[in-house]
Ligand binder design. Structure first.
Ligand code: NYM
Ligand code: MG
Length: 211
């Protein structure tokens, strides 16, 4: 018997209401239906102590300095890395709704320095693939529940989108940019096609780190 193949780390990124939750759920369902051990999670993980502080910030019941909330989002990823590594090495594929790139995109959109924002992400497990659901922010505002949390303003989302575009141009080797304005079925089809090709390739490679 050969060694256990590791799971893949697959991340969804994009502005608020770009369809990440729907698409990550549908991809996870598809992989499970194919017998691939798969788990879903999202960042921020609001269930931890730090996650609860983040939640208070996002729901506007707490104000924090920009640097402080930025680092808390990063710590919230670091506090889960041991668990994520264990699951990946045990063969579980992880579908993650937001990751380090959200950390960078939302903070840089406030005017913070790109390199400063990226620095605390170095060393985290590097995703095997990132699906970037690229949407026009004006259209996002039409989607339900938009505007309830901090950051959910069209003008701010435009700036977030511009930072994502910048990250995509640097990370295009493992980023897959997809037009989020097509139907959910079309989007799922495109994502499924890419994921199915990717999985057998990456699961024999060692885990890498963000550098
Ligand atoms: N967000 C999320 C950040 O500003 N930095 C981060 O590192 C992460 C992971 O949290 N508007 C922001 C983006 C979202 C908000 O995420 C909550 P969601 O996926 O809407 O629950
Ligand atoms: Mg949101």
């Amino acid at each position: 018997m050969g060694p256990i193949k590791r799971g893949a780390l697959i991340v969804f990124e994009g502005c608020d209401r770009s369809g990440k939750s729907t698409q990550s759920r549908r991809l996870a369902e598809l992989l499970k239906s194919r017998g691939i051990p798969t788990e879903s999670l999202n960042f921020p993980d609001r269930s931890t102590d730090i996650g609860q502080v983040i939640n208070s910030y996002l729901t506007n019941s707490k104000d924090l300095q920009d640097e402080v909330i930025h680092l808390l989002f990063s710590v919230n990823r670091w506090e889960l890395m041991g668990k994520l590594r264990q699951k990946l090495l045990a063969g579980t594929t992880l579908i993650v709704d937001r990751y380090s790139y959200s950390g960078v995109a939302y903070s840089v959109a406030k005017g913070m320095d790109f390199d400063w924002c990226y620095a605390p992400e170095r060393g985290l497990i590097k995703p095997d693939a990132v699906f970037y659901l690229r949407a026009v922010p004006d259209r996002l505002a039409e989607r339900s529940e938009f505007g309830e949390e901090r950051y959910e303003k069209v003008e701010f989302q435009s700036r977030v989108s511009a930072v994502y575009d910048r990250i995509f141009s640097n990370e295009s080797t493992y980023w897959h940019q997809l037009d989020a304005s097509v139907t959910a079925d079309e989007l799922h089809f495109l994502i499924a096609e890419i994921a199915e090709k990717l999985l057998p390739k990456v699961t024999t490679q060692p885990l890498d780190k963000l550098s």
